[in-house]
Ligand binder design. Structure first.
Ligand code: TRP
Length: 466
């Protein structure tokens, strides 16, 4: 099949910026802290790091290899690599996951815009943590504003993706990602040095919560959540990095790029944890505060900082950029697939992707207001009942099902069908680089990753649902 890739990253830094742009996003700053909070802190972090190294990294590298080798979208790539076999199902699941993730992702992307807007209006001033709690809950339970911001966020996505692998956003990301890291470092320092706000609340308890593993907290549900969070955060399991891999030049070192991307992603997630948890404890707040955690805690920290007004604006700009550089990679999966498989123009493919994700996203945006009665109750791994609204249901289906299944199939395919020779050939840039880690990598891809995913997934399913 002919690929019609004309764009391409011009430098190694360009690839890393784009792939890290995809990986680093709301998953790190918005999702990671509250999932960690809900899963017991330090023990979760430890398992999460193991998931990144043993499963996440090999799957990420596999996606880059498939993408650069075939220069095709996930669906087309598996069709070409294994004609007549059903591996292309990975591509179908991937496109489906892209749309589902994009629709709820865009809603949260919209929240970042609302908060940017509030920051500019100086509406955070003189509010305490309870005010922010109310402010967030009022915002998501109103029908109009979340919907409006979601559509605006999708439109911005659309205008970027329709231009192709855009020079602009890439350059912008290269500047804004480091700025984001610096702001998070400043916030972490501030968070750690906050005075106690109530009698027994100490910032340092946040550090203990984050880093001290309490092994009694580890159960299969926690492992399942860590694994799926690792997939979500690294942007793997549905072909987004196969898609970006298409644009990587033949002489770039895939191994070191994947390593740098996964490390920076992990670094930003931990940094977000350092900015959040000491403050949560200093304010005597509960660490499990759910989806709103970041939107409730960080604005309070801004209040206590000199120059908080400017920093809060900068922070939400960065968060928005982190979100948009991730969401374009989701839309791009869909767009590249339609362009290559259906011969659609980029414009037509982008319009279709925009429309579908916007419409599904409307249901997500209204999940706490007009559609708040649409709910499904399922048992969690600890046996309690959990009520899912449309938003959390779509998040659940994509992050807990589609990504692990995709990751499992990708590692099985790489280990057992594509095979060591071709992997080594691609990673060594046609035998010009030495792939010293190939044996270790093959053990991870052939055995460790698939067995780990399968075990965690089946157990997680058995206990948490149905
Ligand atoms: N990794 C992004 C984040 O952490 C989200 C994301 C972008 C994603 N592309 C993806 C998640 C592909 C899964 C698959 O915010």
């Amino acid at each position: 099949m002919a690929n019609n890739i004309k764009d391409g990253f011009t430098s190694k830094f360009g690839i890393i910026a784009a792939a890290a742009g995809s990986a680093i996003g709301l998953g790190n700053i918005w999702r990671f802290p509250y999932i960690l909070g809900e899963n017991g802190g330090g023990a979760f972090l430890l398992i999460y790091l193991l998931c990144i190294i043993l499963v996440g990294f090999p799957v990420m590298l596999s996606e880059f290899v498939i993408g650069r080798d075939t220069r095709l979208n996930p669906y087309g790539a598996f069709k070409e690599l294994s004609p007549g076999k059903p591996w292309f199902i990975i591509g179908i699941l991937g496109v489906f996951a892209a749309i589902v993730i994009l629709s709820f992702y865009s809603v949260v992307g919209g929240w970042t815009l609302e908060y940017l807007y509030q920051a500019v209006l100086n509406n955070f001033e003189n509010k305490n943590i309870n005010d922010f709690d109310k402010m967030f809950n009022n915002f998501i339970s109103s029908p109009f504003r979340p919907l409006l911001w979601h559509i605006i966020f999708m439109l911005i996505n659309f205008f970027i993706v329709i231009r192709g692998i855009e020079e602009g956003i890439e350059k912008f990301a290269k500047i804004m990602m480091p700025v984001l890291a610096i702001i998070l470092i400043i916030m972490a320092i501030r968070s750690l040095t906050l005075p106690p706000m109530t009698e027994n609340s100490k910032a340092v308890d946040g550090l203990i919560f984050l880093f001290k593993p309490d092994f009694s907290k580890i159960n299969i549900g926690v492992i399942f959540n860590a694994l799926s969070q690792a997939f979500f955060s690294l942007s793997i399991g549905m072909g987004a990095l196969i898609t970006y891999g298409c644009y990587i030049k033949k002489d770039d070192n895939l191994g070191s790029s994947a390593f740098i991307v996964s490390m920076s992603d992990t670094f930003i997630a931990i940094l977000a944890g350092l900015a959040i948890f000491p403050a949560v404890f200093a304010f005597g707040f509960t660490p499990q505060a759910g989806e709103g955690l970041v939107f409730k805690v960080l604005p309070v920290i801004f209040q206590s900082m000199k120059g908080g007004y400017i920093i809060s604006i900068l922070f939400f700009i960065c968060l928005f950029i982190a979100a948009i550089t991730s969401s374009i990679s989701l839309l791009e999966v869909f767009v590249l697939t339609l362009m290559q498989q259906r011969n659609y123009s980029r414009k037509k493919a982008s319009i279709i992707g925009f429309l579908i994700a916007s419409i599904v996203g409307i249901a997500c945006a209204l999940s706490w207001s007009v559609l708040s009665e649409v709910k499904i109750t399922l048992p969690t791994s600890s046996g309690e009942m959990y009520e899912y609204n449309i938003f959390s249901m779509l998040e659940f289906i994509s992050v807990k099902f589609l990504l692990p299944i995709g990751g499992l199939l990708i590692s099985l395919f790489m280990g057992w069908v594509y095979g060591k020779e071709r992997i080594e050939y691609e990673l060594s840039n046609e035998n010009t680089l030495k792939v010293w880690y190939i044996h270790f990598l093959m053990i991870l891809i052939k055995y460790v990753a698939p067995i780990a995913i399968l075990m965690v997934f089946l157990n997680g399913l058995g206990i948490s649902i149905f």
